[in-house]
Design a protein around this ligand. Structure first.
Ligand code: BTN
Length: 257
C-alpha cells in the first residue's frame, strides 16, 4: 500500500480535510498531518483540543476491501498501533481504555475518531477516515480547566521534543501499516487486549439505552464486571443481577474496587 503523505500547518480538522479530498474524487490512500487544528473533533460531537506544537494530529484516508462491520475494527487496530508506538518512544506503560482511548499515568493522552461511508448495493466500504490525536506535552499554562482532570500527555517535561514528535509519528505509521497490510486479519488484537485495563474491573455503563449491543437497562444493570474483549472487540460484561452481555461500543467509566 502506497501512502501519500501531506503535511499542513493549520487546518480546521484533518478528518474534515480528508473528507474534502474524498468529495473531490481522491481514490488513493493518504495520511494528513497538521501542526494545529482550529476545530479538532472528538467522538460524540465533542471537540478535540489541538493547540500548535504540543500534539500529533493526523488522519488516514483508506480504501479497505472490507464490510462496514470490519471497518469498525480499524479503530481497534489504530489504538493498538498507537499504544505500541507511544510505549516504545516514551519508555513508559501505555494502556487502552475500551473502546479507543489511550491512557498513560491514569489520564487520557490520545483519542481516535473513525468515520466512513459504505456502498449500499455492495455492502462494502467506500472509504474510511481514521483520525488520531495524541497529546505529546502539556500546553503552556496547562490544559483548559474542563480537560485538566482527564487529559494527560505522553511526555511530562516541557523540553522541546521536536525530534521525538516526528519519531513517534513515524513509529506509529510503521506499526499501523504493518497491521493494516494484514487487515481484516486481526494481527493487532493481542496487542490491544493486553493493554485493556478494564478487564476484571467493575465498570459503570454510561451508554444510552437503545445503543447497539445494549440490552434494556434497569435495576442491577448500571454496574457490571468487565469480563473480557471478544474477537470483534465487544466488551463482555456481567451485571450485578448475573446477566451477561456483549457491548459493541459506548461509554463506560471504570471503578477500581
Ligand atoms: C476522541 O477522543 O473523542 C477522539 C479524538 C480524535 C482527534 C483526532 S485529531 C486528528 C483527527 N482530526 C479531528 O478533527 N479529530 C481527529
Amino acid at each position: 500500500v502506497l501512502l501519500k503523505i501531506h503535511v499542513e500547518k493549520k487546518v480546521d480538522s484533518t478528518n474534515n480535510v480528508l473528507k474534502q479530498y474524498v468529495a473531490a474524487g481522491e481514490k488513493q490512500d493518504m495520511v494528513l498531518l497538521a501542526e494545529e487544528q482550529s476545530a479538532g473533533r472528538g467522538r460524540r460531537g465533542r471537540s478535540f483540543y489541538s493547540p500548535e506544537g504540543t500534539g500529533i494530529y493526523l488522519s488516514l484516508l483508506l480504501h479497505p476491501d472490507a464490510t462496514p462491520e470490519e471497518g469498525t475494527m480499524l479503530t481497534t487496530l489504530t489504538a493498538a498501533a498507537a499504544a505500541k508506538a507511544i510505549e516504545k518512544i516514551a519508555g513508559e506503560p501505555v494502556q487502552i481504555k475500551w473502546v479507543n482511548d489511550i491512557w498513560m499515568r491514569g489520564k487520557k493522552i490520545a483519542g481516535i475518531l473513525t468515520e466512513g461511508s459504505a456502498s449500499l448495493e455492495e455492502g462494502k466500504l467506500e472509504y474510511v477516515i481514521v483520525g488520531i490525536g495524541i497529546n505529546l506535552y502539556e500546553p503552556c499554562g496547562g490544559f483548559p480547566k474542563e480537560l485538566k482532570d482527564v487529559a494527560g500527555s505522553v511526555f511530562t517535561s516541557d523540553l522541546p521534543k521536536e525530534n521525538l514528535r516526528n519519531r513517534l509519528a513515524v513509529e506509529f505509521l510503521v506499526d499501523f501499516m504493518k497491521y493494516y497490510q494484514a487487515f481484516p486479519a486481526r494481527d493487532y488484537l493481542e496487542e490491544y487486549r493486553k493493554r485493556c485495563f478494564v478487564i476484571g474491573k467493575k465498570v459503570r455503563i454510561l451508554m444510552p439505552e437503545g445503543a447497539p449491543g445494549r440490552a434494556e437497562s434497569g435495576p442491577g444493570r448500571e454496574y457490571a464486571k468487565a469480563l473480557g474483549i471478544d474477537d470483534d472487540c465487544y466488551l463482555e460484561v456481567q451485571y450485578e443481577d448475573g446477566v451477561t452481555e456483549k457491548l459493541s461500543s459506548g461509554e463506560i467509566s471504570v471503578k477500581v474496587e
